[in-house]
Design a protein around this ligand. Structure first.
Ligand SMILES: *Cc1c(COP(=O)(O)O)cnc(C)c1O
Length: 228
């Protein structure tokens, strides 16, 4: 088990492009499994549930950067601000306003990515492409939010279909890069998971989120595919 994780990480690392951050998605895994990854040098971990992140956090060393990658309800914002290194799932105005309010209260600036529903799938979170400009403008006006880039979960499909969505994301990222300001930067393009991270990197991803490719198959009964 432990040996599998170590070997898997070695294999993923061998494929990583220079400058790409590997986030180990530890949702549904034990703190012990995460610690095995930590001991190989992994410092970025992704969780999709606030509660699970908060439970695991004290069981791992302090230098872990916790990425909240699952969709975030406004009533959980209070718990996550100040705890997550980066929130990948800013996808609607109410959430931006809630993060702003909580961050101001704690006198801090919260780093976020704007999540785009690039495949326009009803079942997925993320702002629809047509809503992006308004959300970006709102975020830009909020002093306690710093946008650092974009995130997407693309639809399932063939490699070539995947590539097309990654290209659209990269195009959007580059377009917004021309509109950077102090608290609105396009530094991180979070896209690519176990099955498609190589394609994602070929198309410009700067951060890949790999779960099963590191920790093995997830137990579907533990709700690992749900957000929240
Ligand atoms: C679970 C999850 C991942 C990792 O998926 P794998 O297929 O296990 O690599 C990446 N991103 C998000 C948002 C997830 O919820």
């Amino acid at each position: 088990m432990e040996q599998d994780i170590i070997e898997n990480i070695g294999r993923v690392r061998a494929c990583l492009r220079e400058g790409v951050t590997l986030v180990a998605v530890s949702k549904t895994r034990t703190a012990q499994e995460a610690k095995t990854a930590y001991d190989t040098g992994i410092r970025d971990f992704g969780e999709n549930r606030v509660q699970e992140m908060l439970e695991k956090k004290p069981m791992l060393p302090d230098d872990v950067r916790w990425h909240l990658i699952g969709s975030l309800q406004t009533n959980k914002v209070r718990k996550v601000v100040g705890e997550a290194y980066l929130i990948h799932s800013l996808d609607r105005p109410e959430l931006a306003l809630a993060i702003e309010k909580e961050s101001a209260k704690k006198d801090m600036v919260t780093d976020c990515l704007i999540e785009i529903n690039i495949g326009c799938e009803e079942s997925k979170s993320g702002v629809l492409p047509e809503g992006l400009d308004d959300l970006a403008e709102l975020a830009r006006s909020l002093a306690h939010i710093r946008i650092r880039g974009l995130m997407a979960i693309i639809p399932r499909g063939t490699t070539e279909e995947n590539r097309e969505y990654f290209r659209r994301m990269k195009q959007t990222f580059d377009d917004l890069k021309r509109k950077e300001s102090e608290n609105f930067r396009m530094e991180i393009l979070s896209m690519g998971m176990t099955n498609d991270y190589v394609t994602a990197m070929e198309e410009g991803s700067t951060l890949v989120r790999v779960g099963e490719g590191i920790f093995g198959e997830r137990d579907k009964n533990r709700g690992g595919n749900k957000n929240g």
